[in-house]
Design a protein around this ligand. Structure first.
Ligand code: SF4
Length: 131
């Protein structure tokens, strides 16, 4: 997806220097269309995985979470999952109308740390949301 500003979400070299947290509320939330890597700890904090399940078998937990449409893949080598996306385009926890996170207080670590960490640290695909 591209914009009049020339920002393309899938091309980090076109991203702008992160304008500051206050701009996030006016943004289209393009960062929430990127693949989101989550750990078992994130899933527990999100309330979709129990500590017992995590300690027992993450592969088994993945099968349930995948069936329920919460995660789309699991990478056992690194113990990380990728969250499912709505229609393959944006995070399932992004409100399509308000463009806000519906689990903000419980959001994954990678979302908390973006854009300090991410494809282009310190930069983001800011695009003003249509009002
Ligand atoms: S969990 Fe929330 S902050 Fe993270 S990508 Fe999804 S909607 Fe965005």
């Amino acid at each position: 997806m591209s914009s009049r500003s020339g920002v393309k979400i899938d091309v980090p070299s076109t991203w702008i220097k992160h304008p500051g947290q206050s701009y996030c509320t006016q943004c289209f939330s393009g960062c929430c269309t990127l693949p989101v890597e989550v750990s078992a700890f994130d899933l527990i904090r999100m309330g979709v995985l129990t500590e017992d399940e995590a300690a027992s078998s993450l592969k088994k937990a993945f099968r349930r979470l995948h069936k329920e449409g919460i995660v789309r893949s699991y990478h056992p080598q690194v113990g990380l999952f990728i969250l499912e996306q709505r229609a393959g385009t944006e995070c399932r926890y992004l409100d399509p109308k308000t463009r806000g996170c519906t689990i903000y207080e419980k959001r994954p670590e990678v979302c908390r740390r973006f854009p300090k960490i991410g494809p282009r640290p310190g930069h983001c695909p800011y695009q003003k949301r249509a009002s």
